[in-house]
Design a binder for this molecule. Sequence first.
Ligand code: HEC
Ligand code: HEC
Ligand code: HEC
Ligand code: HEC
Ligand code: HEC
Ligand code: HEC
Ligand code: HEC
Length: 401
Amino acid sequence: MTFKPSNLFRYPSSVVVSIFGFLFVFSLAQAEEPEQRVFFAGTQSCRACHQEIVETYVQTAHFETSQLADEHSIQGSFASGSNTLKTGNPNVYFRMEKRQDGFHQTAYRNEQSTIRSRRERFDLVMGSGRKGQSYLYWKDGLLFQLPVSYLVASGKWTNSPGMIDGQIVFDRFISPRCLECHTTLFRAEIKGSKARYSSRFLIGLSCEKCHGAGSAHVDFHKKDLQETEGRSILNPDHFPRERKLDQCALCHSGAAKPIKPPFSYRPGEPLSEYLEIEPVREGSRPDVHANQVGLLRLSRCFTASDDMSCSTCHNVHTEQRNLSELAQKCMQCHRTQECGTATKAGVSVQGECIECHMPNEKSNLITIDSGEEAFFESYRNHTIAVYPDVADQVLQRLMQK
Ligand code: HEC
Ligand code: HEC
Ligand code: HEC
Ligand code: HEC
Ligand code: HEC
Ligand code: HEC
Ligand code: HEC
C-alpha cells in the first residue's frame, strides 16, 4: 500500500468565490467605521478592581466558548484505542493524533490498494465542552471546520454536526457570524488582493463583549482611585427591557439575517438595526437551540410582567447549573401554593419547578449523523408553561424514588 496526499479534497471553486465575495463586503463595511478611540482592554485588565467577578467569570461557558487548541482545551482523547473515528463506510475513517507541531485530524480513504489521506491541525476550539466541541483550522488566512467534533454525551469523537457519515469534508468555511457568536472580535483585512481574517483576534467572550470596549474606563479609574461611580462603561442593568434582551439576542435568538456587518453591534443599541430576527408566533415554536429569547417571549411569565429579562434568572458572571437554586428565581413572582400539582405532590417535588415548566427538549437543528442512530442535542425550553405530559413523567419518576 502507498500513502499519498490527495487532491480529492480541494475546495470547489464556487465555494472560494462566494467566501471571498462575503468577506470583501464584511471588510469594506468595517473600513467605513469611524476611528475608535476606545479599545478592548481584555478581561485580565478588569481583575485589579473587579477581582471577584473576574475569578468566577473566567470559569464560565461564555469565557471558554472559544480557545486556542491545546491539550487542556481539546476534550477528546488522543490515546490510542480512543483516537479513531470509524464511519459507516468501511473505507473511510479519521484519526486524531498529537504530533510535534500540535494536534491533528487525519482523514483516510482506502481506494483499491491506495490509502489517500488529508491532514489538518486543530487550531481553534469552539464550544466550552458543556455539550460538545467543534474544531477549526487556518488555511490561507481563512478558517474552516474540521470534519470530526467531540460529543460530551458519548464521551467520544463524532462526525461534526450536519456532516454526512462516511464523507470527508474539509471545506466548510467558518463565517464571520459564527465567530461573532463565539468570539469577542475577528476582523477581516485585505492582504494582496485577497480578503482574510486578521491574525489579531480576541478569543473567548470577554467582559467587553457585553460592557463595551473598556480602555477609557480602566484609564479613568486607575488615575482616580477615589471615584466610586463607574465611568465610561456600559451597565446593562440600566438598559430598558428590550435593550437588555437585545444584548443577549445577538447570540440567543436563532438564525438571523445580517443587516450590518458582524461585530459592529454595540450593547444598548437596538439589535433590529443590525440583524433581521424572525419574529416568534404562537403555534410555530422556535427550535430550542440558541433561541432562548424567542422562546421566553412566548411565556405568560414574560408577557404578563414588565421587567422579566434574562437577568431575572441568570447572573452571567458565574456558572449556574443548580436547578433547585434556579427554581428559587421563580419565587420572586410565584408561591408554591399557586401550583396545584406541586402543592399536592409534597416537598420532595416542590423544588422541581424547572423540570416540569422548562423541560429539556431535543433540538432538530443540532443533529449528529453517527452512522447508526442520529443524535439530537437537548436544551431547556425557555417557554415557561404547563406541559401536562412532562409533568406526569416527572411525577412518576419522583414517586418511584
Ligand atoms: C482601576 C480600577 C478599575 C478597573 C481596572 C476596572 N474597573 Fe470597572 N469599575 C471601577 C469602579 C471604581 C467602579 C464603580 C464601583 C462599582 O460599580 O464597582 C466600576 C464599575 C464598573 C461597572 C458598573 C458601571 C455602572 O455604571 O454601574 C462595570 C460594568 C465595570 N466597572 C466593568 C469593568 C470592566 C469590563 C473592566 C475591564 C475592562 C473594568 N471595569 C475595569 C473600577 C475599575
Ligand atoms: C456574543 C454572543 C453571546 C452573547 C452576547 C450572550 N451569549 Fe450566552 N452564550 C453564548 C454561547 C456561544 C454560549 C455557549 C457557550 C459554550 O458552552 O461554548 C452561551 C451560553 C450561555 C448560557 C449557558 C451557560 C452555562 O454555563 O451553562 C447562558 C445561561 C447564557 N449564555 C446566557 C446569556 C445571557 C443571559 C446573555 C445576555 C446578558 C448572553 N448569554 C449573551 C453566546 C452569547
Ligand atoms: C454575557 C454578558 C456579560 C459579560 C460577558 C459580562 N457581564 Fe458584567 N454585567 C452583565 C449584565 C447583564 C449586568 C447587569 C445585570 C447583572 O448584574 O446581572 C452586568 C453587570 C456588571 C457590573 C455591575 C453590577 C455588579 O454586579 O457589580 C459589573 C461591575 C460587571 N458587570 C463587570 C463585569 C466584568 C468585570 C466582566 C468580565 C469578567 C463582566 N462583567 C462580564 C453582562 C455581562
Ligand atoms: C447566533 C449565534 C450562534 C452562531 C452563529 C453559532 N453558534 Fe454555536 N452556540 C450558540 C449558543 C447560544 C450556544 C449554546 C446554547 C444553545 O445551544 O442554546 C452554542 C453552542 C455551540 C456548541 C456547543 C458548546 C457546548 O459546549 O455545549 C458548539 C461546539 C458550537 N456552538 C459551535 C458553533 C460553530 C462551529 C458555529 C459556526 C459554524 C456556531 N456554533 C454558530 C450560538 C451560536
Ligand atoms: C418576573 C416574574 C416571574 C418570574 C421570575 C416567573 N414567573 Fe411565572 N408567571 C409570571 C406572571 C406574571 C404570570 C401570569 C400570571 C397570570 O396569568 O395570572 C406567570 C405565569 C406562569 C405560569 C402559567 C403559564 C401559563 O401558560 O398559563 C407558570 C406555569 C409559571 N408562571 C411558572 C413559572 C416558573 C416555573 C418560573 C421559574 C422557572 C416562573 N414562572 C418565573 C411571572 C413570573
Ligand atoms: C425563569 C428563569 C429563566 C429565565 C428568565 C431565563 N432562563 Fe435561561 N435557563 C434557566 C434554567 C433553569 C436553565 C437550565 C440550567 C441548567 O440546566 O444548567 C437555563 C439554561 C439556559 C441556557 C443553557 C442552554 C441549555 O438549555 O442547556 C442558556 C443558553 C440560557 N438559559 C439563556 C437564557 C437567555 C438568553 C435568557 C433570556 C432570553 C434566559 N436564559 C432566561 C432559567 C431561565
Ligand atoms: C411535577 C410537575 C410540576 C412541578 C414540580 C411544578 N409544577 Fe407547577 N404546574 C404543573 C401542572 C401540571 C400545572 C397545571 C395544573 C395545576 O395547576 O396543578 C401547574 C401549574 C402551575 C402554575 C399555574 C397556575 C395557574 O393556574 O395559572 C404556576 C404559576 C406554577 N405551576 C408554578 C410552579 C412553581 C413555581 C413550581 C416550583 C415551586 C412548580 N410549579 C412545580 C406541574 C408542576
